[in-house]
Design a protein around this ligand. Structure first.
Ligand SMILES: O=C(O)CCC(=O)C(=O)O
Ligand SMILES: [Mn+2]
Length: 202
């Protein structure tokens, strides 16, 4: 059991859980994922392009288009999702406290102007499984609210190498990313932020 550095509203955060060397290796693994399953701009049901680009690894990938959002077993371009990198699974096995491995590894890429509005993660069948998220590259101002839309919120910065979980009482809290602090990390040569989100789907 590795104790989190702090918790906000039941959201544990492990600061600098990954060393700079581990972060660099993870970026190489994720480049390979993106080579096999290219990043795409998901579109909302209203036809609006999301600012974040994404792809996935694992048995299920999260996709969104005019038909809605859902998990799919293939990339929108038709290929299978690549396997979840071992180093990513290792983080899950160390911190999730859950006996099943994740079935989905979402890879989000934020450029300097990308953000993610407040939402719940609720496309999964079993909310007793945590959602684990790894931050790499530029820092992100992460906002966490309540189990229903509205009400007060709290924000904190997620930096490269930090790991965070939505788990137990915090599993269904609304959350989002307000903004990226461009240039705050030198991990990615062209800047930006990668967020890796691990989930059990079925
Ligand atoms: O980028 C993040 O830190 C959060 C991503 C997220 O909430 C999601 O992909 O559902
Ligand atoms: Mn989310």
């Amino acid at each position: 059991m590795t104790l989190p550095t702090f918790s906000v509203r039941g959201v544990p955060v492990w600061k600098a859980f990954l060393s700079p060397e581990q972060q660099s290796r993870l970026v190489l693994d994720l480049r390979e994922v993106v080579r096999q399953a290219p990043l795409f701009h998901p579109v909302t049901m209203r036809g609006k392009e999301m600012s974040v680009r994404m792809t996935s690894a694992g048995q299920y990938g999260w996709v969104s288009d005019r038909r809605g959002y859902r998990y799919e077993q293939v990339h929108p371009a038709g290929m299978e999702w690549p396997p979840i990198p071992d180093a990513v699974l290792e983080v899950w096995r160390t911190l999730s406290g859950y006996d099943r491995d994740p079935q989905s590894c979402l890879v989000n890429f934020y450029d300097a102007s990308a953000r993610m509005g407040l939402h719940q993660d609720r496309d999964e069948a079993d909310f007793s499984a945590p959602v684990l998220s790894i931050s790499l590259g530029d820092a992100a101002l992460f906002r966490v609210g309540n189990a229903e839309r509205g009400g007060s919120t709290e924000s904190f910065w997620l930096e490269s190498g930090d790991v965070m979980a939505l788990t137990g009482e915090s599993r269904l809290l609304f959350h989002g990313v307000d903004r990226i602090r461009a240039g705050s990390s030198s991990l990615l040569p062209k800047g930006g932020r990668i967020n890796v989100t691990l989930r059990v789907v079925t």
